[in-house]
Design a protein around this ligand. Structure first.
Ligand code: ADP
Ligand code: MG
Length: 558
């Protein structure tokens, strides 16, 4: 039996690994299963190149829990390792990786979230780890490696009939939660749901009726519990998928969500970076408190994180779905991520794809697009405010809805109102309301005059209005209660006040005294013939200031 000491410099590495990775302890499972899956994929590759005689028709990974023995075992029938390979890949390479990790991240515990510490992450939960492995190479002898977390290991020949590797974790006293079936099932669901090889975890029992009539009986059927779907929708060619397949995949991703998505966008690029995925527009139902971080990030079907900020443009982080890219560096900080050239390209690509898809929906089925508008407009408005490239495309299909619910594109709308709604500077005046109920009397006064009023009631509207004014020159947006309607639009003949001059003089200070100072104006000029004798208005400038402050001084703009 060989014995050895891994490396003097690494004397204290395990306490450090434990300490630094503590918050993310559970990733050991992802790492060990990734290694097992890698081992099967490597064998498959060798077989396809004719470099191994191994039978690769039934590749699999299995997770076994033995509560009495306090072990958690990861088995694969992949490539296996010879004694030399264990020495090279486990004793030398993995350790140098761990050492590099410690050197690099000693002082920065926050950035290590997804550092691929790989095999040695097992020591975060195990007091002892065994590797029992048989290489696919003809004439190989099985070997057993064992290490208790100190730099001392043993390596000896052993008996193992089947090709592949078993990694046996002897779970440490302080990590006994990993001996619970439900805990392991939960982690498998989280990290391994779409890994590319079938992963078995125990069995499921169910009963089935067999036979007819009097002979009918219940039969117990025991099946392997396969925890993953090795070929999720995003890995397939869009042309091979039906709308139903996308809906099913959505349900697979979010089993607890009962709503169906509005539509999907299938992403697929291999140059200049690799990226696949499917994004879904969720139903908002007026729910502005949308959850961010519903998009899951994968790397070659291995779950990485649910935090995609910096990778997905900010205005799209409320979408649902999956992004899979081996080109996103995982072991770096967020701020680095945002400056990475590949990541920038990815972010731009996603933004462009979303704009293209929206345009396609708009062009192919306008009625359907109008129906979805209320759910998607918050994304689109936010996108138009924060991303100029997106704005360029979206201004052609972004819709304005009037108080009657009629939807028009900006261009169509300006064309429609131009003849009647211009001010003294010849600017087209878009009248809008931020609250149909509160501003009801102003809206009806405008309508009496034949003017049209659009609804702009999202939290972004105050900013969005400004953006549209920049984009569409010779246009001005004015809230319907900003002034009496005749001052907003053309100066035709004035409607005479219903009160005598004397009454006006008495009344004005009384009403103004009751209102917040300097913000409102009282005008003794009826909005229309059948209306009240005076109007309280607030200038467009004053209220835009107020609205902007209300959304946190543009907090959402980043
Ligand atoms: P990485 O996977 O990033 O290479 P790891 O520390 O996870 O780093 O693993 C180190 C190496 O050990 C792997 O590259 C592989 O050569 C070998 N190895 C680990 N687990 C297995 C396994 N189940 N079967 C075969 N080889 C393995
Ligand atoms: Mg690994």
């Amino acid at each position: 039996m060989a014995q050895g000491k891994i490396n003097v410099q690494t004397e204290n590495i395990f306490p450090i690994i434990k300490q630094f990775l503590y918050s993310d302890q559970e990733i050991f499972l992802r790492e060990l299963i990734s290694n097992a899956v890698d081992a099967t994929q490597k064998l498959k590759t060798l077989a396809s190149l004719g470099e191994t005689k191994a039978d690769v028709s039934n590749l699999r990974v299995e997770v076994k829990l033995d509560k009495d023995a306090k072990t958690l075992t990861f088995s694969d029938n992949g490539i296996g390792m010879t004694e030399e390979e264990v020495d090279k890949y486990i004793n030398q390479i993995a350790f140098s990786g761990a050492e590099e990790f410690v050197q690099k991240y000693k002082d920065k515990a926050s950035v290590i979230g997804h550092f691929g510490l790989g095999f040695y992450s097992a020591f975060m939960v195990a007091s002892k780890v065994e590797i029992i492995t048989l290489s696919h190479k003809e004439g190989s002898k099985a070997v057993r490696w064992e290490c208790d977390g100190s730099p001392n290991f043993s390596l000896e020949e052993t008996d193992k009939a089947a090709r592949g590797t078993d990694i046996v974790l002897h779970i440490a006293e302080d990590s006994v939660e990993y001996l619970e079936k439900h805990k392991i099932q939960q982690l498998l669901d989280k990290y391994c749901k779409f890994m590319p090889i079938e992963i078995k975890f125990g069995t499921n029992e169910r009963t089935e009726k067999v036979g007819e009539g009097d002979d009918a009986k219940e039969e117990k059927i025991i099946e392997d519990n396969i925890i993953n779907n090795p070929t999720p929708a995003w890995t397939k060619v869009p042309a091979d998928l039906k709308p139903e397949d996308y809906k099913n995949f959505y349900r697979e991703l979010y089993p607890m969500t009962f709503d169906e998505p509005l539509f999907h966008i299938h992403l697929n690029v291999d140059y200049p970076f690799n990226l696949t995925g499917i994004l879904f527009f969720p139903k908002l139902k007026g729910n502005m408190e949308m959850q961010k971080n519903k998009i899951q990030l994968y790397s070659n079907q291995v779950f990485v994180t649910e935090s995609v900020e910096g990778i997905v443009p900010d205005f799209l982080t409320m979408l649902h779905g999956v992004i899979d890219s081996p080109d996103i560096p995982l072991n770096v900080s967020r701020s680095y991520l945002q400056s990475d050239a590949n990541v920038k390209k990815i972010s731009k690509y996603i933004s462009r794809k979303v704009a293209d898809k929206l345009e396609e929906l708009y062009k192919n089925d306008r009625a359907d697009f109008e129906e979805k508008w209320d759910d998607i407009k918050i994304f689109i408005e936010y996108g138009m405010l924060s991303d100029d490239k997106f704005l360029e495309k979206a201004k052609n299909f972004a819709l304005l809805k009037n108080t009657e619910g009629v939807a028009k594109t900006m261009e169509e709308y300006l064309e429609q109102i131009k003849p009647l709604q211009t001010d003294k500077d010849n600017k087209v005046v878009v009248l809008y309301t931020s609250n149909k109920d509160d501003q009801y009397s102003y809206i009806s006064a405008a309508k009496d005059k034949g003017y049209d009023v659009v609804v702009m009631d999202s939290p972004l509207s105050a900013h969005f209005v400004g953006k549209l004014e920049q984009e569409f020159k010779d246009t001005t947006f004015t809230r319907v209660d900003a002034d009496t309607i005749d001052k907003l639009i053309k100066k035709d003949e004035e409607i005479p006040s219903k009160l005598s001059e004397d009454d006006e003089k008495k009344l004005k200070p009384v009403i103004e005294g009751a209102l917040p100072k300097e913000k409102y104006t009282v005008v003794f000029e009826s909005m229309s013939e059948k209306d009240q004798p005076f109007t309280i208005t607030q200038s467009e400038f004053m209220r835009r200031m107020k609205d902007m402050n209300a959304v946190g001084g543009g907090g959402m703009m980043g």
